[in-house]
Design a protein around this ligand. Structure first.
Ligand code: HEC
Length: 153
């Protein structure tokens, strides 16, 4: 892998550090106080596939940022995480759609994630690397906000 410029490395560290205090508060499994969100099995299955793609997209975005390919990073973010990725399960049977079964606040975090990803995409497309990185930590912040507040099993 190509070496990452020190300035970008520092920015990525800052983005990561923002997530750390919450991680330090991870409850042990027996004290899981997250709210249970009952989703039909089919909706859970849809969500898991979407989540794995979220993770893959995030990895791709960070790699592209490290290579200085901001426009490509923005395009991946918009298509796979951004507002453009909303409503992709609309054609599925209701049972297989995660959104409609989520508590309202949980769904709200999901929407916020799409909006933040589009904000990142806009800044990346404009070549605003530092602002884009700050927005990217906002995206991972919404991943955390949902995972730390809700469980589905
Ligand atoms: C609105 C809530 C919500 C948001 C936002 C969210 N997730 Fe998830 N995620 C879930 C839930 C619920 C599960 C558990 C699904 C299950 O186990 O059936 C999950 C599971 C996962 C998994 C495990 C998939 C597996 O292999 O079973 C990964 C990885 C993941 N999410 C990554 C992400 C990333 C990366 C983001 C942000 C880009 C994100 N999630 C944003 C709710 C969310």
């Amino acid at each position: 892998m190509k070496s990452v410029p020190a300035s970008l490395r520092a920015a990525l560290l800052v983005a990561t550090a923002a997530a750390l205090p919450a991680a330090a508060q991870t409850p042990p499994p027996e004290a899981d106080t997250r709210q249970f969100a009952p989703l039909p099995a089919a909706a859970q299955a849809t969500l898991r596939v979407e989540m794995l793609d979220n993770l893959a997209a995030l990895n791709e975005i960070i790699s592209l940022m490290a290579e200085g390919k901001l426009k490509d990073a923005g395009a991946v973010a918009e298509q796979r995480l951004g507002v453009s990725a909303m409503g992709r399960h609309r054609g599925k049977p209701l049972d297989a759609r995660p959104g409609p079964h989520m508590p309202e606040a949980m769904h709200g975090i999901g929407m916020e994630g799409h909006r933040t990803a589009s904000e990142f995409a806009r800044l990346a497309a404009a070549g605003e690397r530092d602002k884009a990185l700050a927005a990217l930590s906002g995206v991972t912040g919404t991943c955390m906000a949902c995972h730390y507040a809700y469980r589905v099993r």
